[in-house]
Design a protein around this ligand. Structure first.
Ligand SMILES: C[S@@+](CC[C@H](N)C(=O)[O-])C[C@H]1O[C@@H](n2cnc3c(N)ncnc32)[C@H](O)[C@@H]1O
Length: 234
């Protein structure tokens, strides 16, 4: 199988640190997803003492403010991002662990999380085998009856990118380096079901976008659409 050389996130965070640009701002759409779709479509009560797993937290956590009771385990591949996150996070119920989702994942007790959230990490996993392994790891960690929530970029016919970005075979490249996996929503649906999850909510938003390129803050119609998905371990 063809293995694509993927982005070196640690190197990116180190460069940000060295140039004093390292900061964390949670993605508003993910917070909106958490506080609306997740609440409306699952029985999760974020004011309770839940066990939460945050995947690909980056240099901070979605659970810094207003979440006093859940015990949160936040994982990222980058030690530099995690060092910053530990320094800045006030919520003592959050622990940060280094590990590679879909690869050398930290040891987590099986069936122990009520809710896992993909913090915009899964679309960074380009390799199909890694993606399925990542979903299996999440499935194992979640309790029966627990939930996985994710936001993922999905493709549409009007998608366009300016060079040096190039989109081919569901992968967005920057100057030849793979950046993001942007498939049709049906592919994600199939991956999720293949590891045993039952999908309970899936919606593709044409008007909500995750901007996949750096240096631009205004979304365009030609950006990928946003998929929100909630699935449960039965
Ligand atoms: C798009 S960023 C999102 C970061 C943060 N959650 C946010 O929304 O600002 C993706 C994050 O996933 C991390 N990441 C990428 N691949 C990973 C992997 N296989 N396992 C764990 N973390 C990974 C990167 O280091 C990066 O912090």
């Amino acid at each position: 199988m063809l293995r694509l050389m993927t982005t070196d996130y640690e190197k990116r965070y180190q460069e940000l640190k060295e140039t004093h640009q390292l900061e964390y701002e949670y993605p508003p759409s993910l917070k909106h997803f958490l506080e609306n779709d997740v609440i409306d479509h699952t029985k999760i009560d974020l004011s309770k003492e839940l066990q939460i797993l945050e995947l690909g937290c980056g240099a901070g956590t979605l659970f810094n403010d207003n979440y006093e009771n859940p015990k949160v385990t936040s994982i990222d591949v980058s030690p530099t991002a995690l060092e910053y996150a530990r320094e800045k996070t006030k919520n003592k119920n959050v622990i940060f662990l280094q590990g590679e989702w879909g690869g050398d994942f930290p040891y987590l007790t099986e069936n122990s999380f009520d809710f896992a959230i993909d913090a915009h990490c899964l679309h960074c996993l380009i390799d199909k085998e890694k993606r399925v392994k990542a979903l299996e790891q999440a499935y194992q960690a979640i309790k029966p009856g627990g939930w996985l929530g994710l936001e993922h970029m999905v493709s549409h016919s009007g998608m366009e990118f300016e060079p040096p970005y190039q989109f081919t075979g569901d992968v967005l490249y920057y100057a030849g380096e793979p950046q993001k996996f942007i498939p049709h929503s049906i592919e994600i649906e199939e991956e999720i079901k293949s590891v045993g999850f039952e999908i309970r909510y899936l919606r593709v938003f044409e008007t909500l976008k995750i901007i996949p390129v750096s240096g631009r803050n205004t979304p365009l119609r030609s950006d990928p659409d946003l998929l929100r998905l909630l699935c449960t371990k039965v």
